[in-house]
Design a protein around this ligand. Structure first.
Ligand code: NAP
Ligand code: ZN
Length: 349
């Protein structure tokens, strides 16, 4: 039998989110039931609830930064027990047999992984995300939240954390590497913390100097305003790696000019509209432009353990569920320090 649980949902594209009830599937043999404690608000939730990434499924219960406690396990579950602290990120299933799944890169599943929300399970049923009191997931698509991390600051790691950890690891951020993080929002602030912990020299490229003190406190060595033309002249040819976390279009040629010879600019931000650039911005210096999407389950666990070892989670502002719509407006106007996290207890009762 399914179970009715309370959730916050967008009933239609661009409509404000409102309290509602959804059904969760019965706990199957390999499933765990999670009582959600906190859910982060990712800019991707907003893009999808507003249909900025093409047509979406409604009603939509966003939320793919989920942290909670296991309250029930199926008969075949071996990894988790009742009482365990777990997280769920952006996907809840994948084909498990394509070359990408077998490589631990389930986020690039060739059959198409099952998104935590705004997706369909392989049986065709719609998926609903973390702005809800409970979720049922296959144990192989959950990760363990290390004891040293509290659930509220851990929640944003499930998307923002892994989305920055994965490319920083892949492109070898570390001692001797100069890394720039473009945009100091939810993703960007995790990029600063993680790249700093990896030993790289970190520069923040933000629209203004408004967040400079925060950026330096989070671990940045340098902080520049991109609204200041002289920034681009001063930093020309500086970086080995630039990670672009911006949710809007930015002038790519200007940023590519900041790369060293053979440097790479990696896009993780997903603006509504395509961008264009001049090929000569790459040709002059054998530069690369790349993209990266979250990370696999194994690497997500590695990232959580890395953050716990280094003693940090996200910088958060905890809100009650009735403030989700207001939080969306603040995220869109770059007024987030640095992740809104919904206290799911506020959904109960
Ligand atoms: P966010 O918290 O809103 O941060 C984005 C930051 O970009 C803002 O804080 C702001 O930083 C900067 N920015 C915003 N508008 C700008 C503009 N017009 N020009 C220049 N800079 C601007 O969003 P987020 O949750 O970090 O997500 C960022 C993007 O990544 C979104 O598009 C999201 O969908 C995408 N995303 C991708 C993945 C993936 O797997 N690739 C995963 C999660 C999210 P400053 O104030 O410092 O300028
Ligand atoms: Zn996200």
């Amino acid at each position: 039998m399914t179970t009715s649980v309370t959730a916050y949902a967008a009933p239609a594209p661009k409509a404000p989110l409102e309290r509602t009830t959804i059904e969760r599937r019965p706990v199957g043999e390999h499933d765990i039931l999670i009582e959600i404690a906190y859910a982060g608000i990712c800019h991707s939730d907003i893009h999808q609830a507003r249909e900025e990434w093409g047509s979406a499924l409604f009603p939509m219960v966003p939320g793919h930064e989920i942290a909670g406690i296991v309250t029930e396990v199926g008969s075949g579950v071996t990894k988790y027990a009742v009482g365990d602290r777990v997280g769920v990120g952006c996907f809840v299933d994948s084909c498990r047999e394509c070359e990408n799944c077998l490589a631990g890169d389930e986020q690039y599943c060739l059959k198409g992984e099952v998104a935590t929300y705004n997706g369909k399970a392989y049986d065709g049923s719609p998926t609903y995300g973390g702005y809800s009191t409970h979720i049922v997931v296959d144990e192989n698509y959950a990760v363990r939240i290390p004891d040293g991390l509290s659930l509220d600051v851990a929640a944003p790691l499930l998307c923002a954390g892994i989305t920055l950890y994965s490319p920083l690891d892949h492109w070898n951020a570390g001692p001797g590497k100069k890394v720039a993080i473009v945009g100091l929002g939810g993703l960007g602030h995790m990029g600063v913390k993680i790249a700093h912990a990896m030993g790289a020299e970190v520069t923040v490229l933000s629209q203004s100097l408004r967040k400079k003190d925060d950026g330096l406190r989070l671990g940045a060595d340098r902080f520049y305003a991109t609204s200041d033309e002289s920034t681009f002249a001063e930093l020309a040819g500086t970086f080995d790696l630039i990670i672009n976390t911006v949710s809007a279009n930015i002038p790519l040629d200007a940023y590519l000019s900041l790369l060293k010879r053979e440097g790479t600019m990696v896009h993780v931000g997903g603006p509504e509209f395509p961008s264009s650039f001049n090929q000569f911005s790459l040709i002059m210096g054998r530069k690369s432009m790349a993209g990266s999407k979250i990370g696999g389950i194994r690497q997500t666990q590695e990232m959580l353990d890395f953050c716990a070892r280094h003693g940090f989670g996200a910088e958060i502002e905890v809100i009650t569920a009735d403030r989700i719509n207001e939080a969306y407006e603040r995220v869109v106007s770059s007024d987030v320090r640095y992740r809104f996290v919904i206290d799911i207890a506020s959904l109960k009762g």
